[in-house]
Design a protein around this ligand. Structure first.
Ligand SMILES: Cc1cc2nc3c(=O)[nH]c(=O)nc-3n(C[C@H](O)[C@H](O)[C@H](O)COP(=O)(O)OP(=O)(O)OC[C@H]3O[C@@H](n4cnc5c(N)ncnc54)[C@H](O)[C@@H]3O)c2cc1C
Length: 397
């Protein structure tokens, strides 16, 4: 008996973007197989990984369309009412809020593992999605009519292979697609801290001298702490005993939220931005971090990943409706064009901001302060950034 499976779409990597892709393609009527390296228990119930994802309005609508939003408990969704940006001891924050926008929230914060759980829960009930955990891809052969994916459990022949295997995507490398890799030389530590004073649903991004701190509101009297420092300083903090850690963090945040207490595990992410030279090859498309791995400072990575897979799904479903081929080259070219347009400037801009705000020399500090002062006074700029933060564009087909 042959163990070759036939499918319209094979998704490599069952992270949040891979699962969202599978759901939108399957809801459009295609058969989808998702190959995920992690074992089933970790895939279906991922543990807390420190990331709180700031979701835009558009992303929430896309998660609703996938069916995943209904599986995310409302108790873990925290509305974001205001975002404040400060630099050094310069006490003139740049603020963005919902005033005049006709909405209650700029966006919503949800932890990454809750998003992943919601997507997995939605995917496991779709009859035309096959979930294959504990599966390592060995080779991919992209032929004229289909791509053959050889993996540890057998072979899948697919009309289209979607690489959603993260920013160091082995599939991208296998396909010989290079990438711009920007190493920021910093690490980011993320964890949850309970605190004495309320956060009022305000997110703070503070570019202090020698450190960058973000405090992101989560439900209850708690915030997600996001601290960026050189890797060796982060290493020391991660291994610091709890009491000393609490005291150190209160000192670093300038006692803004009263007494603080660590209430989660601590997680470290080395900061590297990645932008693939191409997003497509024959019968192959890159989505999520495999295509564009953003610096988290502007909170765009997953939002752009969702947007990209939405563009891909629309193009592929339209092509299937026309001529029946999910790997249609014209559809892939259209996806490439649109996704590049949606991401190229943001990627460059985010890298520029991240670099400007991690240098403390005199010209950088003055430029930062000047930028904040000007930006706060220039209403059209604030309006444009607020729109970008919320991303309220319609997403219905
Ligand atoms: C600290 C932090 C904060 C962030 N905050 C935000 C935010 O506020 N807003 C936002 O939009 N984004 C944010 N991001 C970015 C966001 O987390 C990522 O963009 C998102 O997780 C990318 O999802 P993905 O599915 O593309 O990749 P991943 O989450 O990396 O998933 C890849 C999946 O592929 C699997 N895999 C890898 N290799 C293979 C293989 N060979 N075979 C099979 N499976 C494989 C992995 O096991 C994994 O399940 C943040 C990131 C960090 C680090």
């Amino acid at each position: 008996m042959s163990d070759i499976q036939q499918t319209d779409v094979a998704v490599i990597g069952g992270g949040p973007v891979g699962l969202a892709t599978a759901l939108l393609m399957a809801r459009g009527g295609l058969s989808v197989t998702v190959l995920e390296r992690a074992p089933l228990d970790i895939w279906s119930e991922p543990g807390f990984d420190g990331r709180e994802i700031a979701l835009t309005h558009h992303s929430v609508r896309l998660l609703e369309q996938t069916g995943a939003w209904a599986h995310i408990p409302q108790a873990v969704v925290c509305p974001l009412k205001e975002a404040r940006i400060e630099t050094g001891s310069f006490r003139h924050p740049l603020t963005f809020d919902t005033r005049g926008e006709g909405v209650d929230a700029l966006g919503w914060l949800v932890s990454n593992n809750q998003i992943r759980r919601g997507l997995f829960a939605a995917a496991q009930y779709m009859p035309n999605i096959t979930l294959q955990p504990g599966t390592a891809v060995q080779t991919i052969r992209q032929g004229q009519d289909y791509a053959a994916v050889h993996h540890t459990g057998g072979q899948v022949n697919a009309k289209l292979v979607v690489a959603a295997d993260g920013r160091f995507s082995p599939t991208r490398q296998r396909a010989g697609i290079g990438a711009i890799v920007h190493d920021f030389g910093r690490s980011m530590m993320v964890c949850r801290m309970a605190h004495e004073s309320p956060h009022h649903n305000v997110a703070l991004q503070w570019f202090d001298e020698g450190q960058t701190i973000a405090l992101l509101p989560v439900n209850g009297m708690a915030s997600s702490l996001v601290l960026t420092l050189p890797p060796q300083e982060i290493e020391a903090l991660v291994h610091m005993p709890r009491e000393a850690f609490n005291a150190e963090i209160m000192r670093r945040v300038g006692n803004r939220l009263g007494a603080m207490r660590l209430v989660s595990t601590r997680h470290v992410y080395p900061l590297k931005g990645v932008y693939a030279h191409r997003f497509t090859a024959r019968r192959l498309a890159l989505v999520g971090d495999a295509a564009v791995g953003m610096h988290p400072i502007t909170a765009h990575g997953f939002n752009l990943g969702l947007k990209g897979q939405d563009i891909l799904a629309r193009q592929v479903l339209a092509a299937v409706a026309n001529n029946g081929d999910a790997g249609n080259p014209a559809a892939l070219r259209a996806f490439e064009r649109q996704h590049r347009k949606a991401t190229a400037l943001l990627f460059a801009g985010t890298n520029g901001i991240a670099s400007l705000y991690t240098h403390d020399g005199p010209p950088f500090r003055q430029i930062r302060e000047g930028c904040l002062r000007m930006a706060d006074r220039f209403a059209p700029f604030k309006k444009a950034v607020t729109s970008l933060l919320m991303d309220r564009q319609p997403s219905t087909p």
